[in-house]
Design a protein around this ligand. Structure first.
Ligand code: NAD
Length: 419
């Protein structure tokens, strides 16, 4: 393994893959090939800052596997972005798309930058230059980026415009998670959170838990966490805790979600200033008593250090890679029902797929079509995974990985090895 890939996230992704590949008896040649990305691009992104000096940022775009279709995966702007993390996220995207039956391979990209430190102009120049640098890899039939940590629909609109300027015509299908005005879809903004809630409710039905007496703690209040919390409340559950990078709020009787949204999202005021909950650290949040815990921030949050202290019955992974292998073992001993990331947070890429289909057909759907089709795909992936896990006496994570890997392996076998 190249030393740039040697990061905790990549080691976690490979260790999960190794376990699943071994359990399913994956062809050793395929095993070797799928351990590594298909291609990785590292780029320098020079940006003229507002004070006139030029700062050079490092960016990446990684394709893990394109055997089943164009690559698909988000773009992350975060100071910890590195090749290993991007490669891990790309690998998880491959299994996620296959598990949901989407005709995509896995990709991911990112820039090592703290976006909150940039002005709007700097952010736009960084995005356009990054998009120009990864231009050889992206395109509606090649690789279709989407938002991830630190990026949003405005960033996607700038990428769409930069790509369109290069090819000479409007190419909405080059990214998903765009604004509606340039070919975005209704329902993409909250799709990941909606999918998290869909699978949570299915799991509760399976476990005989009543949503109206269930409590939820959510780590992270960005795109995934905030919509998850809002839709949980709309579905009759009580959200007792949420957090952002600064810390979290806890109220055992439930947080007032509408007031919290107005305070944090509309008025952009610090979480800590919200009256209606006690202040907790992100670490304390993980140990709160609750029925459902949703990590929806970064990877490797639940580790062998803190897993024993979790009090939830269900762990629903909104984030990618939030649980380490050691923590998985501890949670299994505690009989915590884990809905793994590649299943739990697949609502985002499922609705991204709907957006790409609509862009390709130039024919747009109604909100009801989006929600129903998302529900169909994600709940049937959940039930297939559950049935396989029960039949083989394996965890939901192993079952989801094996299902996804199996579909990718089949595509490789059918296509054959080039040349
Ligand atoms: P975001 O940037 O919108 O939000 C991230 C949230 O995490 C913010 O509230 C931030 O304050 C918080 N955070 C950052 N560092 C933290 C830390 N050290 N401890 C606690 N909280 C911290 O990002 P997002 O799009 O919501 O993505 C969150 C996770 O979900 C990521 O793992 C991402 O890969 C995954 N995901 C996102 C999507 C999507 O559609 N956006 C889809 C699937 C998976």
């Amino acid at each position: 393994m190249s030393s740039e890939l040697e990061t905790p996230a990549f080691q976690l992704a490979v260790a999960q893959f190794d376990q699943a590949a071994q359990a399913m008896g994956l062809d050793p040649n395929l095993h070797e090939r799928l351990k590594l990305p298909q291609r990785s691009l590292m780029v320098s992104v020079p940006v003229r800052m507002d004070d006139g000096h030029v700062e050079v940022f490092t960016g990446y775009r990684v394709h893990h596997d394109s055997s089943r279709g164009p690559c698909k995966g988000g773009i992350r702007y975060h100071p910890d972005v590195c090749l290993g993390e991007v490669a891990a996220l790309a690998m998880w995207m491959t299994w996620k798309c296959a598990l949901a039956g989407l005709p995509y391979g896995g990709a991911k990209g990112g820039v090592k930058v703290s976006p909150a430190r940039l002005s709007r102009g700097e952010l736009q120049r960084l995005t356009r230059r990054y998009a120009a640098e990864i231009f050889p890899l992206i395109g509606p039939d090649r690789d279709v980026p989407a938002p991830d940590v630190g990026t949003d629909q405005q960033v996607m609109a700038w990428i769409m415009d930069t790509y369109s300027q290069q090819v000479g015509y409007a190419a909405p299908g080059v990214v998903t998670g765009k604004p509606l005005s340039v070919g975005g879809t209704v329902g993409r903004e909250d799709a990941t959170g909606r999918g998290v809630v869909d699978v949570t409710l299915e799991a509760m039905r399976h476990l005989g838990l009543n949503p109206s007496s269930a409590t939820v703690a959510v780590q992270g209040f960005g795109n995934v966490g905030s919509h998850t919390a809002r839709i949980m409340v709309e579905s009759g559950l009580t959200v007792v805790a949420i957090s952002d990078v600064t810390g979290g709020l806890y109220n055992s009787k439930g947080l007032a979600m509408k007031e919290l949204w107005d305070h944090y999202k509309r008025d952009r005021r610090p979480l800590k200033d919200f009256r209606g909950g006690d202040w907790v650290t992100n670490e304390e949040l993980l140990h709160l008593p609750c029925t459902v815990l949703v990590p929806a921030a970064l990877s490797e949050q639940i580790t062998e250090r803190n897993a024993a202290g979790l009090q939830c019955r269900l762990l629903v992974e909104g984030a990618n890679g939030p649980t380490t292998l050691e923590a998985d073992r501890i949670l299994a001993d505690k009989h915590v029902f884990v809905i793994p990331d590649i299943l739990a947070n697949s609502g985002g890429v499922i609705v991204s797929y709907f957006e790409w289909v609509q862009d390709t057909q130039r024919f747009f759907w109604k909100p009801k079509d989006i929600q129903e089709r998302l529900h169909d795909i994600i709940t049937s992936a959940f039930h297939q995974t559950l049935a396989f896990a029960e039949q083989r006496h394996i965890s939901m994570r192993m079952a989801a990985l094996m299902n996804g890997i199996n579909k990718v392996a089949q595509a490789h076998m059918d296509r054959g090895l080039y040349p």
